[in-house]
Structure formats: structure tokens, C-alpha cells
Design a protein around this ligand. Sequence first.
Ligand code: GTP
Ligand code: MG
Length: 459
Amino acid sequence: MREDTIAAIGTPSGQGGIGIVRVSGPDAVAVGDRLFHGKCRLSEADTHTIHYGTVRWKEKVLDEVLVSVFLAPHSYTGEDTVEINCHGGNFVLRRILEAALEAGARSARPGEFTERAFLNGKMDLARAEAVMDVIQSKNKYALDNAVGQLKGNLSGVISRMREDILYETAYIEAALDDPEHMSLEGYSERLKQKTEELLCRIQKLIASFDSGRMLKEGVRTAILGRPNAGKSTLLNALLREEKAIVTDIAGTTRDVLEASAFIGGTELLIMDTAGIRDTDDRIEQIGVERALECGKKADLVLYVLDSSQPAAEEDMRIIRMLSPGKVIVLLNKTDMEGVTDLSLLKKMLGEEHAAAVLEISARERTGVDRLEQMIGDLFFRGDISFNDEIYITNIRQKEALTEAKESLELVLDSIRKGMPEDFYSIDLMNAYEKLGLIIGEQIEEDLADKIFGTFCMGK
Ligand SMILES: Nc1nc2c(ncn2[C@@H]2O[C@H](COP(=O)(O)OP(=O)(O)OP(=O)(O)O)[C@@H](O)[C@H]2O)c(=O)[nH]1
Ligand SMILES: [Mg+2]
């Protein structure tokens, strides 16, 4: 149990009906009693009760409040906790917090409440990190995934893998100790199978990181194409707002313009880029380089072609460089008489890239609904299914999984080389420890500080 008592404002800054100052630690109730004046003393209150009264400090009434009392260990942090529900204005909240600090609490660091919950064994690390993901969720898939992790989905998968590994090491140790009763005959074949199975599960979790990131941060979407193809017009059509400058002058967009939109149930971070062409203009050149860079980093590329112009081999070359799963080719300006038609374009693109081609008129907004549907299909019904799988969203988790994977690969290597069995257990135990990092087993306290430091204030 921590020795000091911490306090912070738990609600976002700004004005609202209610704001909460949280106090947690061994002196939480005493600090509360120094501020609170109501029918009963908080030190006499039962756990999980709420009390009406006022907060007074230095003879002054600061606000009319409701105070909740949660006694250890049945609170979020596992410590005595007092939550002062006051009116939700920045100034009144700040004054009540200051009073709590003067009354004996110290200011909490960001994430410190959840850190205490973790250190007091109220939740494992993967769940504690999920708290932040819940707070930051920007769409229903991200929220479902974060709530799943909060409920312990990821922790469950990791714990089961660790149990499997522990079973194998224990078996090896036992057999080496007692060769008369336990035989390691044919064991390496069984361990090989088991290890391959574990590697497969770990690999899948590692691969889920990109989808997890998209869930959490939005799908990075780049609009690419030649100058004047209608990229900025498309951005405006998707945003339903005249955000980007549109003119009939080729080379209007110079730098990357970013905006976000909700499409097909998720957030798209859309980047409108400078038209791609060979140019002597230094500023435009930089814009073109940035555009290509955006295309490389994007999760999704919307490649815009002007149907009133002949399709250029240069365009085809760029499209083919992008993997087919992440590009949608848009034949724009189909409200006009065109020179490039759909079937010709599909032929030029080749089979792989021809599947995701759509005729649109960005200016008239025709075909834009179908585009939105296609994006939804691509991300939510196709290769990437966000529905029931577990996604890791956190680079720390990915690193731990990668290290566990490397250790298990060493086990396979030892098996292949016919090394003695005690070699296996060293690497198995390494994998066990690395997986433990995800749920916070054997985690050093300073690492915990670092992790929880990324949390927001008051959580
Ligand atoms: N007829 C027709 N014109 C369009 C359509 N989309 C865009 N335009 C016109 O094409 C011209 C160029 O549009 P922009 O959206 O600025 O093109 P861009 O690809 O962003 O061009 P740069 O920023 O120069 O790379 C403008 O005059 C638009 O009005 C369309 O669907 N139909
Ligand atoms: Mg533009």
C-alpha cells in the first residue's frame, strides 16, 4: 500500500454540470473530513455511500457537493478513496483541489490512480492500459476492443500461453530430476508442435498491431493522383465541407492537407496531397515527394484519375507499387465526356488492382456514397475483421510479443540441432517472462511509472 495520499481533478477541463476531485490513499477520508461539512463525518461513513454537504476551507464555503466514500480494498485504486462531486467549472474545481492539497494530499501524477490500482493488484497491466484506450476510443470498434481488454480478453490469452509454457518447462525439469519415472523419449517432437502452435498465436497478435492502431488512431488515408485530377474536390466531398482550395490550375495543392472524417463507422485521417508530376518548381517538387511518402505510410490510398485525360503509364506504375488491398482507384469527372473508360483502365491496371475501381464525380458527389461503402467493406468485412478478434494497440505489448517470439524460435532452433533438453527450458522461461511483461508480472516499479505517465490526469 502506498504511503501518501494523492488528489486530482478527474473530469475534463471546461464547463460542465458536474466535476469530480478524487482523493486516494491512507489519508483520503481524513483529508475529506477536513474539507467536508455535512450530516455525518466521512470517517464514520460506510463504504460505497454518498453524502450531501458543503466544502469549506479557511472559513469559506467553496461549493455545495456530494461526496462518495469508497473504503479499501473496494475502490478503483484499492485504497481509501473520496470523490468530491462539485459543480463542473474550472475555477471551483481548482479551488477544491487546492484545498485538498493544503489539507494533506499531494498532487497526483497523470495516470497515478490507475498505477495504484495496478500496484495494489486491482488489475493487471494489460487491463490498466486498456483503461486509457477506453478513454481515447474514437469509434465503436476501438471501444469494443478496449472494453474487451479491460474485461481481460488479452490478459486471458497471454495467461493461457504462459501456463502452456510453464507446463512444458516444469515437465522438462521434472523429467530431468526423475529420469526413472518420466521419460523424455519423443518429447522434443511434442515440444516442437507446442512451440509452433504458440508461435502461431503470438504471430497473429503481433500482426493485429496494425489493425489495432487503425482502430485506435483512425485509418490513415492518402489521396494521390496527378495535378487537377480532382483530389481536393474529393476531400471536400468526403468532408462535406469546402476545406481544401480547388482551382482549375494544376498544382493548386502544394503541401499535405490533413482532415478527419467518420466513414463506414470509423475515423479516417485523410491527407490531400500535391498532384504527382515531374516539375522544376522546387516547392512543388517537395510537395510531390511528400505525397509519395504519404502514400507509402498510408493504410488506404485513394488514387484519383481524371477521366477526361488519357490514363498515363506513370499513374499505373505508382498504383502497382501499392499493395492491392490498400488502394482504391477512382475514375473521376465522369459527369463529363471522357477519354478514359472503365474497361480500358481495368485492363491497364492489371487483374490484381482492377478489383477496387470506381467511377465518381467528386464535383457532383456521384459515386461518393459507393466509395464510402467500399471503404467500410474493405476495413470491416474483408481482410480486416474488427469484430471478435483481439487486437493489440500498444507498442510496448508488440515489443514484448516480438521478444517472446524470438525466444520461442530459439527453442525450435535447439530442437532442430538436437540440443539437450535443459537448453529448451532457458528459452522457454525467457518467453514466459517476456509475455509476463504484457500483464505486468515481474515488472519493475520505474517501468510502471513510465507506462502510467502516459495516462491523463485524474485517471
Ligand atoms: N467536371 C468535373 N470537374 C471536376 C471534378 N472534380 C474536380 N473537378 C475540377 O477539376 C479542377 C481541379 O480540381 P482539384 O480538386 O483542385 O484538383 P487536385 O487534384 O486537387 O489538383 P492539384 O491540387 O493541383 O493537384 C477544378 O476546376 C475542379 O472543379 C468532377 O468530378 N467533375
Ligand atoms: Mg488539390
